[in-house]
Every structure is written in structure tokens, then in C-alpha cells.
Design a protein around this ligand. Structure first.
Ligand SMILES: [Zn+2]
Ligand SMILES: [Zn+2]
Length: 331
């Protein structure tokens, strides 16, 4: 093809070249860095205090009746900061790891360990996404989106020229096609996943909790850990804005203990409302540790009371349980 054709696929302006190179490498480095951190950050497991003592473990294994086993677990969980149970109001216990599961912790069958605030096991990063690397995972999605968007946007003008036959007839023609299609395809698929996770962060919910709401004293509540959008965001990204865009661990808390919006309610009123519930068997009548709920309150909850977060009223109406909580407070 003539020389003029070659000029069409080469950027002539130096300033444009510099901008392209800087933006490309910046998004590429951030993408690789957050991807690396997502892959190689080991999932966090519960601390030793959640393991049964030797004596309790032996007794638990000897017992055959589930009621007695629950009794042992409830005694062991008495001083632990646990506010959720199984749907049948039993203490959440992992037989495989032999420990009492902290709130939001789940056993991953692929990793074969209990993972704190487990979100999901991701085959794309061959790792569990949970408390220790959720921020990195979100940044990885964001930077890969930026990267794909940059590639697609800069190739677009040549992609259009391909269809109007303005490109020189060389192999570069197919590179242009390939680049645009791959970048656009990844952009669209990651965009939906990223939007979903942004929504989850705003609601302070994990993917697992979206499918199965955690059960609190007053019943299942999918918004039980939600403290309002801004505080939910800070739980994952931390208090210091300068670190938000860097794949450095800044999430709040220890992964075992999470503030719940229920703790702002008066524990006595909670008792009143739970007495109104239908009578349960002796095992399920007091599934929670005796420690007052207000002890789990931390700095996230210190500034203002947001136990009814904005936008959740609609859901309160739908959920009989939550409506019940609110009514008992108002009366
Ligand atoms: Zn486990
Ligand atoms: Zn896993």
C-alpha cells in the first residue's frame, strides 16, 4: 500500500503519543497491581478464640444429641461477638474446621477453610474473595474496566476506518479488529459485575448474604450489617480517602466482629419484641450469647443513628420481621 496508508495508523502528534503512553501504563500498572493483590492475598480465617477448647471439642464429639451439642456451642460462644445464627437458630459451627463461625464467615469448599466475610470463591483469581482482599477485588474490577475502556476508545477511530475501507491492507487491520472486540467484550462483562459489587458495597452485603440473608435475633435481615451508604463504603475502603484507589489493605475492623444496625436499638426493647414471638424449643429459645448487643458498637456507629437507612423503608414494608422491630420501638 502507498506511504499515505501507513500514516493513517500512526500517531503523528508527540503530545498525543505521550498522553496515550502515560494513561495506558498507568491503568495497566494499577490493573496488574490490584490483580496481583487479589490473587496472592490469603483469605483470612477466624482467630483462635473461635476454636473450641480441647475439653469442649472432646465433649462435643462424644455427644450424639444435637441439642446437647448446641448447648456446648452456646456455652463456648457466650463471650464471643456473635450476633447471627443459622436459619434454625442454632450456633453456626464448622465441623470441618472445628470452630464457631464468626458473623459473615463461611466455609469455602474449594479452599477447605473458613473464610472471614466470605463473598465468593473466584476462579478468575483462583482465590477466595473475602474480608482480606475484597477491596483489592473491587479495584481490580475498576482498573480492568478503565484499561479495557482506554483500549477500546483509542482503537475506535481505526475500527471505523476498517469498515469504511480507509485502512491500509496490512496485518494491522486484523490487530485493530481483534483489539476492539476483545476490549469491548471484557468491558461489557466486567461492567455488569462491577456495578453489582458497587451495589453490594452500598448495601454492606456479601454475594452469599444476597442469596441467604443472615439470621439475627429478630430473624433474617439482609440489611442487618448496613450502616448507611457512606459508612458501608468506609467499612471496605477505610477512613482515609487517599488510600481508596490504591490496593493497600485499609478495610475497617478485624473481620470477626461487625457492627450491626440492630445494636442501636435498646436491648430491653429487643427482649420485649422477641418475647412476642411464638415460643420455641429450649434449644432455640436463647440462641445468642448473653453479652449485650450494644458491645459490638464501634466507631462506625458513633456519629449518628442510622438504624433505618435511607432507601430501605420499602424493604421494611415487605419484610414482616423488620416492620415488627420498628413498631416495637415506636410503641
Ligand atoms: Zn470451615
Ligand atoms: Zn475459596
Amino acid at each position: 500500500m502507498p506511504e499515505s496508508g501507513r500514516i493513517q495508523v500512526t500517531i503523528s502528534s508527540t503530545a498525543e503519543k505521550v498522553v496515550y503512553l502515560v494513561v495506558f501504563h498507568l491503568s495497566f500498572v494499577m490493573f496488574v497491581w490490584s490483580y496481583w493483590k487479589t490473587i496472592f492475598t490469603s483469605p483470612a480465617s477466624p482467630s483462635k478464640e473461635f476454636c473450641l477448647s480441647k475439653a469442649d471439642k472432646e465433649q462435643y464429639e462424644k455427644e450424639e444429641r444435637p441439642e446437647s451439642q448446641q448447648e456446648i456451642l452456646r456455652r463456648a460462644a457466650k463471650d464471643l461477638p456473635i450476633y447471627t445464627t443459622t436459619a434454625s437458630r442454632a450456633i453456626r459451627y464448622c465441623d470441618r474446621c472445628q470452630l464457631i463461625k464468626p458473623d459473615r464467615c463461611h466455609h469455602c469448599s474449594a479452599c477447605d477453610i473458613c473464610v472471614l466475610k466470605m463473598d465468593h470463591h473466584c476462579p478468575w483469581v483462583n482465590n477466595c474473595v473475602g474480608f482480606s482482599n475484597y477491596k483489592f477485588f473491587l479495584l481490580f474490577l475498576m482498573y480492568s474496566l478503565l484499561y479495557c475502556l482506554f483500549v477500546a476508545a483509542t482503537v475506535l477511530q481505526y475500527f471505523i476506518k476498517f469498515w469504511t475501507n480507509e485502512l491500509p491492507d496490512t496485518h494491522a487491520k486484523f490487530h485493530v479488529l481483534f483489539l476492539f472486540f476483545v476490549a469491548a467484550m471484557f468491558f461489557i462483562s466486567i461492567l455488569s459485575l462491577f456495578s453489582y459489587h458497587c451495589w453490594l458495597v452500598g448495601k454492606n452485603r456479601s454475594t452469599i448474604e444476597t442469596f441467604r440473608a443472615p439470621t439475627f435475633r429478630n430473624g433474617p435481615d439482609k440489611n442487618g450489617f448496613s450502616l448507611g451508604c457512606s459508612k458501608n463504603l468506609r467499612e471496605v475502603f477505610g477512613d482515609e480517602k487517599k488510600y481508596w484507589l490504591l490496593p493497600i489493605f485499609t478495610s475497617l475492623g478485624d473481620g470477626c466482629n461487625f457492627p450491626t444496625r440492630l445494636v442501636i436499638m435498646d436491648p430491653e426493647q429487643l427482649t420485649v419484641s422477641s418475647q412476642n414471638e411464638p415460643a420455641k424449643s429450649s434449644v432455640s429459645s436463647q440462641p445468642f450469647p448473653t453479652r449485650p448487643l450494644s458491645e459490638s458498637q464501634n466507631r462506625l456507629l458513633s456519629s449518628d443513628c442510622q438504624w433505618v437507612e435511607s432507601g430501605s423503608e420499602e424493604e421494611n414494608v415487605k419484610s414482616g420481621t423488620k416492620k415488627h422491630i420498628i413498631v416495637s420501638l415506636e410503641s
